[in-house]
Ligand binder design. Structure first.
Ligand SMILES: [Fe+2]
Length: 402
């Protein structure tokens, strides 16, 4: 059996992460890659398209502690757009913004606002993946091709997923550049405040996609059939319904569980759900939130707050509810410490997790981040859904969108 969980990716090694740490952080599981129709090693990069990449890249460095490692733009011969490559732990974020007034990136921003264009995945064999994807009817947006520069060769291809979102598949081999051919190394001019931790999160845990009403199962089937992903957990109807809104959610994951995609669709409620609000403002399906894995969520939240990041508020009643203590049992910190910061806690048969959600990070009420600290639980905070959605609805009401 090829046990891929006992191999760290290059990005994880570069980030000085260890296997046991990763198992805890993102819930890696052993699996047999040789029987996988579409083997995926892990995340390659999350590519954002934004209205002003220069400023967004600064924000992710100053507020989220990311490190600038690469760049492409007019100075490097790319006259269409600027692209900044940022890193925290094992994950790469790429932030792109149009420079040429005719850049197609502007159209993406006009339609969607700032958002995630591409959830790129690292794969050991691009051609094998594309051949399989095509045979089961996936849309291939870009055929496999080699990209080469002085750091080596990368083989890439792109398939379409929900909305205008895409998956670029990246076969890195022994490529040694900062990201892809054409990018140059670039380091931060931003100086971290004294005493700031080396990084605020170590890995990416999951990315949630919001899809059209009635189409969640289609997208689950897409990931099952095209990418060989397995179904992890399922939340339907009452699990995550409040008085005013409801949604349905199913989770798919790649074989080793590095890549996890919860998929949400709105369910009919008395008023518009947070998923409806997203679909309206994003003009269709797209990535809703990215969950960043940390091994010290208290410290991370404190540091983010110092930089002005705002989180959804959790009502005191959540912590004072006696059933909460019965439900969650012992966790590593007193509940009062969680309450002070608004951190949510959930437990299942495997363990528990701590989590908190930021407010939307751009002008439209669309994309946001989650911070997650796992202690054995492989779940997504099902027990918190109701408490969370009630908090989100209070915000929606303040914006007049409920
Ligand atoms: Fe999440």
């Amino acid at each position: 059996m090829t046990d891929t969980t006992f191999t760290l990716t290059e990005q994880e090694r570069t980030a000085d992460l260890e296997l046991d740490q990763l198992k805890q952080l993102v819930g890696l599981v052993p699996y047999d890659e040789s029987t996988d129709v579409f083997p995926v090693t892990g995340w390659d990069a999350i590519v954002f398209v934004v209205g002003n990449a220069t400023q967004t890249a600064h924000f992710y460095q100053s507020a989220f502690g990311m490190e600038l490692i690469g760049y492409s733009g007019p100075e490097t011969g790319n006259r269409d757009h600027k692209s900044f490559v940022l890193r925290s732990g094992s994950i790469r974020f790429v932030v792109k913004g149009g420079v040429d007034p005719d850049s197609p990136l502007h159209e993406h921003v006009r339609r969607h606002g700032d958002g995630v264009l591409d959830i790129s995945l690292e794969v050991p064999d691009v051609d094998r993946c594309i051949q399989h994807a095509r045979s089961v009817g996936a849309t291939v947006l870009a055929e496999p091709e080699d990209l080469t520069d002085e750091h080596g060769t990368v083989r890439v291809a792109t398939i379409a997923t929900y909305g205008d979102t895409r998956h670029t598949l990246v076969q890195r081999g022994d490529y040694s550049g900062p990201y892809l051919p054409g990018y140059v190394e670039r380091s931060s001019t931003y100086v971290k405040r004294e005493g700031a931790p080396k990084r605020l999160f170590q890995a990416l845990d999951h990315i949630v996609g919001n899809v059209e009403l009635g189409r969640m199962d289609e997208w689950v089937t897409f990931y099952n059939k095209v990418m060989g992903f397995v179904n992890m957990a399922e939340f339907i109807g009452d699990d995550i319904a409040t008085d005013y809104s409801a949604l349905m959610s199913k989770v798919v994951a790649n074989g080793n569980h590095r890549v996890k995609f919860p998929l949400n669709e709105p369910a009919v409620g008395k008023k518009r759900s947070q998923i409806d609000e997203y679909l309206d403002f994003y003009r269709g399906p797209g990535a809703q939130h990215l969950a960043l894995a940390t091994n010290d969520i208290l410290r991370t939240v404190d540091e983010l707050r110092k930089e002005g990041i705002e989180f959804l508020e959790t009502p005191d009643s959540y912590y004072e509810d006696p059933s909460l203590r019965a439900r969650i049992g012992e966790v590593r910190v007193p509940i009062e410490e969680l309450q002070k910061r608004g951190i949510l806690v959930d437990r299942d048969e495997d363990g528990y997790l701590l989590q908190i959600f930021t407010r939307p990070l751009q002008d439209r009420p669309t994309v946001f981040f989650e911070l997650i600290e796992r202690h054995g639980s492989l779940g997504f905070g099902k027990g918190n859904f109701k408490a969370l959605f009630e908090a989100i609805e209070r915000e929606q009401e303040r914006r007049g969108n409920l």
